[in-house]
Design a protein around this ligand. Structure first.
Ligand SMILES: Cc1ncc(COP(=O)(O)O)c(C=O)c1O
Length: 382
């Protein structure tokens, strides 16, 4: 009897209490629990040095309570006129949309590339002309990195500001320019997990300071500013990362490389198995494998196959999820005004895209059980 009964869609991997202990002891000693404490400072310094070392650029990090908050504050830091149009791809998590609305702007939902499933600078450039967009949220969809030098070139050419939503792309997404902020998530399901949390990487120290102040109610923290420290500079929010979350993030960072290698090895074996069983019937996101994948999505060729696969998996207790679906414009009508440009590629990708179980704990026999279901529907339904 195979041990495949019930395969969860995701199983988060967070540091255990032994790994957390040294950090928790430091919190006990310092009695500093939030408000930019020493662990938050250490986390920001460690992350910043990772990003700086990668491209030898002076990059800085500011932590926030989630990527969603980070996106909203990064957009606010662009200082756009209220109601500005902001491009966002149709295939992404809802937070990319809600951050635009909550920052007081108008989401302009646009299409993605048929191969990488990303909003690319080329697609965005065409959409700027038809929408008068003033900013862009480019998403590192499913952990696939965005090319920041191409986005930088577009920003220079058009004046349209770019923010990268790299929520699930820690380890894959780097920054090779100083004037584009990148937002990462440290949610429990992400590769650098703190339970909840996020951070923004930027090469612009004024932008970092503004995001930090916005995350602390908008209170001025800068003694060199025109008005006193402690007075409001902006209508901010409370999006600070607590010392406890920083402790978990630091412990995650200590073993990040081993975890990333394990995730990548499993992803690679799983994809290889499905390719060997189903060949050309499956369509994969094209591009380099993410450094630390967190989800596993594939196009199965038709909605009929997808429905059958979902049914087959459901009766066996195997989790599936249509990640990033419905598409943004299919949600948005209920929550706020949007502009919707034609999105034929996103519609076609979302017609047969399905997320299959994936975690660093996935066993080979579990992979085989999932793959057998995929093979069954692919061979049964033309
Ligand atoms: C593309 C994208 N953006 C934003 C988020 C939100 O991240 P958080 O949960 O840290 O707010 C997610 C979470 O899955 C995501 O996939």
């Amino acid at each position: 009897m195979q041990n495949t009964a019930g395969i969860p869609l995701l199983t988060p991997q967070l540091p255990d209490r032994v790994a957390l202990q040294p950090y928790l002891e430091r919190i006990d000693l310092s009695r500093h629990y939030s408000n930019f404490g020493p662990l938050v400072g250490e986390l920001e310094t460690r992350l910043a040095s990772n990003f700086t070392a990668r491209n030898n650029l002076p990059l800085q990090v500011v932590t926030v309570s989630s990527a969603t908050a980070g996106l909203e504050l990064a957009l606010t830091s662009l200082d756009l006129p209220p109601g500005s149009r902001v491009l966002v791809p149709a295939l992404t998590f809802v937070a990319s949309l809600t951050a635009i609305l909550r920052a007081g702007h108008l989401p302009v939902i646009c299409d993605i590339d048929p191969h990488s499933w990303l909003l690319t600078p080329e697609i965005a450039e065409a959409c700027i002309a038809s929408s008068d967009a003033k900013a862009i949220i480019a998403v590192a969809t499913f952990g696939q990195a965005q090319d920041t030098s191409h986005w930088h070139a577009l920003q220079q050419k058009t004046g349209v500001k770019v923010v990268i939503d790299a929520a699930a792309a820690y380890g894959s997404q780097w920054l090779d320019t100083t004037n584009i902020p990148i937002v990462f998530s440290m949610h429990a399901t992400k590769s650098l997990a703190a339970g909840e949390g996020g951070f923004v990487v930027t090469g612009n120290s004024e932008q970092r300071q503004m995001i930090k102040e916005l995350s602390n109610f908008g209170i001025n923290l800068n003694p060199d500013a025109q008005h006193p420290v402690g007075h409001l500079s902006y209508a901010g929010t409370n999006a600070k990362l607590s010392e406890y979350h920083a402790a978990v993030a630091l412990a995650s960072l200590d073993t990040w490389q081993q975890q990333a290698d394990a995730r990548q090895a499993i992803y690679h074996r799983y994809q290889h198995l499905l390719q060997s069983l189903c060949g050309e019937s499956l369509i994969w996101q094209r591009g380099p494998l993410p450094a630390a994948p967190t989800t596993f999505s594939v196009r199965v060729g038709s909605d009929a196959r997808r429905i059958k696969l979902e049914q087959l998996c459901a009766v066996q207790g195997i989790g599936t999820r249509r990640w990033y679906q419905p598409l943004l414009h299919q949600h948005a009508a209920k929550v706020g005004p949007i502009m919707h440009l034609p999105t034929p590629v996103a519609e076609s990708v979302s017609a047969d895209l399905i997320g299959l179980p994936f975690s660093p704990f996935l066993q080979d026999e579990q992979m085989r059980a999932v793959a057998a279901n995929v093979q069954a529907v692919v061979s049964e339904i033309a």
